[in-house]
Each structure stands twice: as structure tokens, then as C-alpha cells.
Ligand binder design. Structure first.
Ligand code: ADP
Ligand code: MG
Length: 201
């Protein structure tokens, strides 16, 4: 499968163009890094690629078709700020199980304490809530994961463990992974290809 950004341009309101004519393609099975300085539009680009935001011009195609607007999303975005990606009125267990039921070994490998599932999002740290969001995104029908500064809020050891789990799963299921980060070391270590966001548009 291929996820493709076709000449995507974005501006907010009457502000300057944030980026123009960005073209990029991600194949299943690939681990691609997206690098760029803070504020250049990486998160906006990811939201558009996942169908959470609209582009001003251009379109996103999944195997030559528009992204499905209903039902489970084959392109899952893991947000930089997990607290903005969840319904604060749902307990963590309901959030995690919205689309599927991760099993015990998945919880273990993401280091999710089952006790957290009975808590409200405000009762979890950012890193704990992020692990719930990662589990939520790893449903069997996910084909692409866009990881937007996914582990920035985690300490180095937890970060390494989570990436190991996600990379193994991505490889075994042949998912495509886009790793958005300003951390060149992380990207060099895990990605097969790197895109500099500023060279896209
Ligand atoms: P990055 O992820 O590369 O740091 P972002 O996509 O988060 O960049 O933001 C790029 C620019 O767009 C920033 O200047 C930000 O203030 C602006 N921006 C992001 N979201 C909105 C919005 N909803 N309305 C107006 N401006 C926005
Ligand atoms: Mg960002």
C-alpha cells in the first residue's frame, strides 16, 4: 500500500503559506523519518496525512483513493500531545479499546500498568497516557502510523523500549511508519529513509 501527499499546500486563514506543493510517498514496510525545525509545519502535515485536518490545496491518496472518512482509520496519527488526542470524559481503558482490544502481552511490551485503565486521562502522566494512545493506534487493520514526536516526553530507557515494540510490530505486520522528530539521533537509528520537511514544498 502507498500513502501519498500530492501537492499539499496549507495556510491558516489569511496567514502566509506554511508550506506549498509538498509531495511525499510512504510505502507499507518502510520506516521514514521526517525532520525539520520546530514550527515548520510537520504536525500540520501529519494531521492532513491522517485526515484530521484539511489541506488548502492538494490531496492525500491511499493506493490512489481518497482516505476513508468513516469507520476505522488505516492511517493512525499518534499526537505529540496525548492529552489533546483523548476524550477527557472517557477512562483510559475505554480510550484504548475504542477500536480494538490489545492483549496482555501488548500491554506488557508497551509497559502499560492495567491499573491505569480504570483512571481518567487527568490521572495519568503524559508518558503513561501516550502509551495508551500507542496501544489504541496499533489495531490489526492499521496500515500506516504517523508518530509525531511520539516519545519526546519519555525518558531515554522507556523511549528505547517503546520504539523496539513499535518497530517489531511494524515489521511483522508490514506497516508503514513515519517518524516525526527533531531528534536526528533517533531518526538515524531507526529509519531507512529521511525526508527533510523543508525540501518537500
Ligand atoms: P511543527 O510540528 O513543525 O512544530 P506545526 O505544524 O505544529 O509545526 O505548526 C506550524 C505553524 O502553524 C506554527 O507557526 C503554528 O503556530 C501554526 N499553527 C498550527 N496550528 C494552527 C492553527 N490551528 N491555526 C493557526 N495556526 C496554526
Ligand atoms: Mg509538531
Amino acid at each position: 500500500m502507498q500513502l501519498e501527499a500530492r501537492s499539499i499546500s496549507k495556510r491558516y486563514g489569511e496567514e502566509q503559506w506554511l508550506f506549498r506543493n509538498a509531495n511525499a510517498a510512504l510505502q507499507t514496510g518502510e520506516v521514514v523519518g521526517l525532520l525539520g525545525p520546530s514550527g515548520c509545519g510537520k504536525s500540520t502535515f501529519c494531521r492532513i496525512l491522517a485526515g484530521y485536518d484539511s489541506s488548502t490545496e492538494g490531496e492525500v491518496m491511499l493506493d490512489g483513493e481518497r482516505l476513508p472518512s468513516k469507520g476505522y482509520r488505516p492511517v493512525q496519527l499518534i499526537f505529540q500531545h496525548p492529552e489533546r488526542a483523548v476524550n477527557p470524559r472517557w477512562k483510559a481503558g475505554a480510550i484504548m479499546n475504542e477500536g480494538w482490544q490489545p492483549d496482555g502481552s501488548m500491554l506488557e511490551s508497551l509497559e502499560i500498568n492495567p491499573e491505569w485503565l480504570n483512571r481518567w486521562p487527568s490521572e495519568l502522566s503524559g508518558g503513561e497516557l501516550q502509551r495508551i494512545c500507542i496501544a489504541r493506534a496499533l489495531a490489526p487493520h492499521t496500515r500506516f502510523i504517523l508518530a509525531d514526536e511520539m516519545t519526546t516526553m519519555l525518558d531515554a530507557i522507556t523511549q528505547a523500549r517503546i520504539w523496539k515494540t513499535v518497530l517489531e510490530l511494524a515489521a511483522s505486520r508490514q506497516m508503514g511508519l513515519m517518524v516525526v522528530s527533531h531528534d536526528r539521533h533517533l531518526i538515524d537509528r531507526i529509519c531507512t529513509r529521511v525526508i527533510d520537511f523543508r525540501s518537500l514544498g
